[in-house]
Write a protein that binds this ligand. Structure first.
Ligand code: C5P
Length: 242
């Protein structure tokens, strides 16, 4: 056939058509998206820490989905086994205090910030720089004093400018929507992604069943893959932009 000069459609238009054929567009081109992911490790001593079973899957899917839609993405990740998603700026941290520092440097420039990390609420007040020994350090190891970690999402919610979209998560075993509404207010988020963890799911799972809770009401999503949930979260966040 004739494949001469001037016969190809504009490459940008081809990409756009292919993306819309896949149901996705580069809606987030020129936008900055910040995502937190994973657990944090809060040291007890040189070899022990407090943490939780978060794998970071949800946050990494969010970062990938935002990147696919053309955003400049910063992913602040706690200690997880996942690889850096292509084209995403990844800042690896261990503790909640390190996560807070990384987030506060990226948040002011972000258009959308999604807080998917399972941050430890408490940290040992006096972590030991050396390994505590069972026996000799029984006293120190059998009573670990804890102090509250900063609420990173609430700090950003408070600092939020007009036009910035802030999304939080709420994992609850009881009164899902009521608790999510309380978090929406206390953390000054635009919406909360609430998930019911009462049936022992979510942590490490590939699928997730969530409810979006905003000041306009609630929207229940079906059980979907974390990739689909990530896309739905970004679609919802886009409605709050501008
Ligand atoms: O209050 P709760 O921990 O249930 O709130 C969960 C939401 O707050 C999540 O979006 C989580 O990432 C965020 N969070 C935070 N810093 C904390 C605790 C929670 O950013 N110290």
């Amino acid at each position: 056939g004739d494949v001469g000069r001037g016969r190809l459609a504009d490459p940008g238009a081809i990409v756009e058509r292919a993306l819309s054929a896949l149901g996705r567009t580069r809606d987030l081109e020129g936008r900055r998206v910040l995502v937190t992911a994973g657990p944090t490790h809060e040291p007890v001593d040189a070899v022990r820490f407090l943490s939780n079973p978060s794998t970071g899957k949800m946050g990494f899917e969010l970062a990938c989905a935002a990147r696919k839609q053309g955003a400049d993405v910063t992913l602040v990740a706690g200690p997880v086994a996942l690889e850096n998603p292509a084209g995403v700026e990844v800042v690896r941290v261990n503790t909640a205090l390190e996560m807070e520092r990384a987030v506060s440097s990226a948040f002011p420039q972000s258009d959308i910030a999604v807080f998917a990390a399972a941050v430890s609420d408490y940290r040992p007040a006096n972590p030991s720089a050396r390994k505590l020994k069972k026996g000799a350090d029984d006293e120190a190891l059998s009573r670990i004093d804890l102090v509250r970690n900063p609420d990173i999402l609430a700090g950003c919610g408070k600092a939020k400018r007009a036009g910035q979209v802030v999304v939080g998560f709420a994992a609850e075993t009881d009164d899902l929507v009521e608790n999510a509404q309380a978090k929406l207010a206390s953390k000054n988020a635009d919406f909360i992604v609430a998930n019911d963890v009462s049936r022992g799911r979510v942590f490490g799972a590939d699928e997730n069943e969530v409810v979006f809770v905003s000041r306009a009401g609630e929207k229940r999503l079906p059980l979907e893959s974390k990739r689909q949930v990530a896309e739905a979260i970004l679609d919802e966040a886009k409605k709050f932009l501008k």
